[in-house]
Design a binder for this molecule. Structure first.
Ligand code: NAP
Length: 673
């Protein structure tokens, strides 16, 4: 097959690099599959194009509009994913590996588009946390907000997940309103290039939102500024090199790193060989060693088992590994494909030699060249290290291939200490059915691991496993793992935004974030009840103040009988008098809520379609029989959900005759637009 010549996508044009082209070879047979170069690109021009064209266009869109972009891109990729699978084989990936990369990446877009629409406002400013009271009179308050960074996100990715690696970074970046320049690892750049082509051809992204470099980054870093973000995945060595670029420190460029990780898995002290957890552990270690030929940043490199079960675990693991021979990834029966390249295999072999100084190879032959002479295949290699307390390499050296080391531990505390000797990892899994051990693990090891997955007989069937970073959960880890964090739902979006503390009068803060904040002057609803107004006609701060209503003893007793809520504080005078909080009978909180609704509801058919919940409900002060209540209902926030419907968040404060709040909450209604 004739090699493809890859093109860069710079300043909205596909351009071939100049000069000598690098040859990218198939992992299966060593044939050249692609030629690439980024020489001659105007890297400064690319950063300016992103900042001046892509950024402003993305920042104009609301979070919901950006989420729609993700949806359109995910649809475009789904429609053409067969093209990506076909190219994926040359990277050494099996169909199952390609599925994780391609569908996993598209799935990440899908999750982010959903979260963008559900968890982010239909706005361009994101509020972080609650209003902080900074003054006695309430005229000076504080609020944190996020706004989009006004630079470009440079994504430098590793070779192992050419599609997922790109999409898991692009999803939060685009949602945050930042343009990106993607630089994939050269070895598998042809697959990333194909995915970028699909996204560009979908014609939904604003100009300048996405650019691609297929080759070296030239003088790109010289053009970075304080508004840019570099998000890197790869080796610790490259991370260190990039971080020490003088521009990074001088400009204070935000740097997010995901790098080598000596992830651990622990078989719990309770998980004897006949337990379900033992089997699950063996299966998972074998799966992590062989999936993607072990080239996963999350793969289990260190497997710890109670010392007395070390032999049993070794025998069981070998029995499983014996069934997983490497093979041509294009064949359906193949369960483990090739490493990405012959040079990567050389690197893995060298690392195994270092690991073998700490232990013995008990399965596999690192120097064998199975399947094809020119391909990058190797067998899985299992090592056994008898003395992990004295060993160094097993806790320090990452063989980025189908390699793992089995080690004993003495007791629970020892397992935790050993797991932490990896000096920071992306993920650790624990196979135990003992809930006491799980808490000890989190207290003892949480600080060293970005994610901890507990897997047992009750969760195994639905578990997403040790190795899969989920878009909802953070991916990243401390120390050796790079100290970065990606994804984690909306958290990942904020990595591409600046958090700013705002201080001022509530009226000012309220107008900035388009949300009613207590203390802001309100508009009296006068003759027009707010339930008579359609979504677009309701203004933030529009307020209804109701009449007041007395709550009588008879009301309380009737409510108790009617609902069955006969709690002593409402019915038993003596017991209620002894209650230190009430000192006598009080109205049910739910009675207050019901009466509040009775006070503010306008019953006739109108634009309010449904009441679908309350948020942040607090009963602040008890209401005794004979006291009266009154309600202030204020439009707090509006979010258009469909072209003809929008969610209205109402601030509801119920007060007593002295004007003291007795209950407060947010009411959510769906209103016709
Ligand atoms: P790598 O050699 O460090 O390369 C990573 C990326 O950096 C590639 O795109 C590479 O491009 C680029 N790069 C290298 N030198 C550069 C420079 N001077 N300036 C700008 N870019 C530069 O890592 P890899 O071999 O691709 O990936 C394997 C490693 O990544 C393993 O150590 C693994 O643990 C780690 N990894 C971590 C995660 C994670 O999420 N934590 C995920 C996957 C992999 P070229 O290919 O063109 O050199």
């Amino acid at each position: 097959m004739k090699p493809i010549t890859l093109k860069n996508y710079a300043e909205s044009r596909w351009v071939a690099g100049e000069g000598a082209l690098a040859e990218l070879r198939s992992a299966i047979d060593g044939d050249v599959v692609a030629l690439t170069s980024s020489q001659g690109l105007d890297f400064g021009g690319m950063t300016r194009f992103a900042r001046e064209t892509g950024g402003p266009a993305l920042r104009k869109l609301t979070f919901h509009e950006r989420a729609k972009l993700l949806k359109a891109l995910a649809d475009a990729l789904t429609a053409r994913k067969e093209e990506l699978y076909a190219l994926s084989y040359s990277t050494g990936a099996t169909k199952a590996d390609a599925w994780i990369d391609v569908d996993g990446g598209i799935g990440t877009f899908a999750v982010y588009q959903g979260k963008g629409r559900r968890e982010l406002p239909n706005d361009t400013i994101l509020i972080d946390g609650a209003v902080e009271t900074l003054s006695r009179g309430g005229t000076f308050q504080g609020l944190h907000v996020y706004t989009s960074q006004q630079g470009v996100a440079v994504h430098i990715n590793a070779f192992n997940f050419p599609v997922w690696g790109m999409l898991e970074k692009l999803a939060p970046t685009f949602l945050a309103g930042m343009p990106a320049i993607v630089k994939p690892a050269s070895a598998t750049a042809y697959l990333t290039e194909a995915a970028v082509r699909i996204m560009i051809e979908a014609n939904v992204l604003p100009l300048g939102a996405l650019q691609l470099i297929v080759g070296a980054t030239g003088d790109l870093f010289d053009h970075l500024t304080c508004q840019d973000v570099v998000s890197f995945t790869g080796s610790a060595q490259t991370a260190a090199k990039l971080k020490s670029h003088p521009v990074m420190a001088r400009e204070g460029v935000r740097f997010i790193a995901e790098q080598d990780s000596l992830n651990a898995s622990i078989l719990g002290p309770d998980a004897a060989p006949e337990s379900p957890e033992f089997d699950l552990f063996i299966k998972e270690v074998a799966k992590e060693m062989t999936g993607k030929a072990g080239q996963k940043c999350t793969a289990i490199r260190r497997a710890f088992v109670p010392a007395r079960w070390l032999d049993a675990a070794q025998a069981a693991l070998i029995a499983r590994l014996e069934k997983i021979a490497p093979g041509d990834p294009r064949e359906e029966a193949t369960r483990m494909g090739a490493l990405v390249s012959v040079s990567q295999r050389e690197d893995v072999r060298a690392k195994i030699a270092e690991l073998a100084r700490d232990g013995a190879i008990v399965f596999g032959d690192p120097v064998a060249t199975p399947v094809t002479a020119k391909g990058a295949f190797m067998t899985p290699v299992l090592l056994r290290c008898e003395k992990p307390w004295e060993a160094r390499a097993v806790h320090d050296v990452e063989a980025f291939g189908p390699v793992s080391t089995l080690m004993p531990y003495a007791d629970a505390a020892d397992a935790i200490t050993l797991a932490n000797r990896g000096k920071g990892s992306l993920v650790m899994s624990v196979f135990t059915h003992d809930v006491n051990f799980t808490r000890d693990v989190v207290l003892g090891a949480g600080a060293f691991h970005g994610r901890i997955a507990f897997i047992d007989r009750d969760s195994a069937k639905e578990s997403t496993g040790h190795g899969s970073p989920m878009p909802h959960m953070i991916h990243g880890g401390p120390g050796r793992a790079g100290g970065g964090e990606e994804m984690g739902g909306v958290r990942g979006v904020t990595h591409y935004m600046q958090r700013t503390a705002l201080q001022g009068h509530p009226r000012v803060l309220s107008s900035i974030v388009q949300r009613y904040i207590a203390g802001t002057p309100t508009t009296d609803s006068g003759a027009t009840h707010p339930f008579r107004l359609k979504f677009h006609d309701l203004a933030i701060g529009y307020q209804l103040k109701t009449k007041s209503r007395e709550i009588t003893m008879e009301d309380i007793e009737h409510f108790a009988r009617f609902t069955g809520d006969t709690f002593y504080a409402h019915l038993d005078e003596e017991a209620a008098a002894a209650n230190p909080l009430f000192g006598g009978r009080v109205a049910h909180g739910y009675l207050i809520l019901s009466f509040a609704a009775g006070l503010f509801v306008d019953p006739a058919p109108g634009p309010v379609l449904a009441n679908y919940g309350l948020d942040n409900l607090r009963f602040i002060k008890p209401v005794k029989p004979g006291e009266s209540i009154q309600v202030a209902l204020t439009v707090k926030e509006k979010t258009l959900r469909k072209s003809d419907q929008g969610e209205v968040r109402w601030d509801v404060v119920v007060t007593n005759a002295q004007g003291e709040p007795v209950a407060a909450y947010d009411l959510l209604t769906m209103n016709a637009a």
